[in-house]
Design a protein around this ligand. Structure first.
Ligand code: AMP
Length: 228
């Protein structure tokens, strides 16, 4: 069985965070969200947080060097023993090259969640997140008086500061220009599985798990023989 070394690729709002949590629970590997790490730093007002706050608020990408160092450090942590799920990294080809060097030929699968841009824009502009258990609500059910509290834990539902129309447009542009080429980076090596992420969460998860099972037992995408 191969380790679950996985990168999740998809536009903002495609469900990467939701699927990463489900994959983590099923396969027992850590879900590493670079966006969550950065948001925690902003909240803590750490030097890193102060450095990235304005960039994130504008919907721009944090610099490659900083992100690469951050992920290198995270992948060296003791819980990354039998795999990892990267949610939100790599977001540029430079980051993808750096990840290749970090994992040094270990088998990797790139899972693309395909969702049309109009649908992700709709999801993001209606997205609310529970401040307590992080459950996501989209599609307007969390608006107004209908639902102000999380139906799961009773926590308060909040809107991410970068889920506003101007920033959403910028993030989608960044995805198209900087991140879509990352799919090509992995496609060239036969490592990509694409799942239709526009359906219900359970349907998406079912396809995601099938793809990961195929990768683990070697019937799915395989890396090329190591050049070295
Ligand atoms: P996310 O939660 O993945 O949508 O990320 C939120 C924001 O964090 C992005 O809009 C970027 O500003 C920043 N960010 C997260 N991951 C990366 C990355 N790999 N490279 C550059 N910026 C990132």
């Amino acid at each position: 069985m191969r380790d679950v070394n996985l990168v999740l690729i998809g536009p903002p709002g495609s469900g990467k965070g939701t699927q990463a949590a489900r994959i983590s629970a099923r396969y027992g590997v850590p879900a590493i969200s670079t966006g969550d790490i950065l948001r925690a730093a902003v909240k803590a007002k750490s030097p890193l947080g102060r450095q990235v706050e304005a960039i994130m608020a504008a919907g721009d990408l944090v610099g490659d060097d900083l992100m690469i160092d951050l992920v290198r450090e995270r992948l060296a942590a003791p819980d990354v023993t039998s795999g990892f799920i990267l949610d939100g990294f790599p977001r540029t080809v430079v980051q993808a090259d750096a990840l290749d060097a970090m994992i040094d030929g270990c088998p990797l699968m790139a899972l693309v969640l395909a969702v049309p841009e109009a649908e992700v824009a709709r999801r993001l502009s209606s997205r609310r997140i529970c401040a307590g258990c992080k459950t996501l609500y989209t599609g307007g059910t969390a608006y107004g008086s209908e639902l102000e509290l999380c139906s799961r834990c009773g926590g308060v539902l909040i809107t991410r500061p970068d889920d506003n129309d101007v920033t959403i447009a910028r993030r989608l542009l960044q995805y198209r220009q900087a991140s879509e080429p990352v799919i090509g980076h992995y496609q060239a090596r036969g490592l990509v599985v694409t799942v239709d992420g526009s359906r219900g969460v359970d349907d998406v998860s079912a396809d995601v798990f099938t793809a990961i099972d195929g990768f683990r037992d070697g019937t799915g995408p395989v890396p090329p023989p190591s050049a070295g």
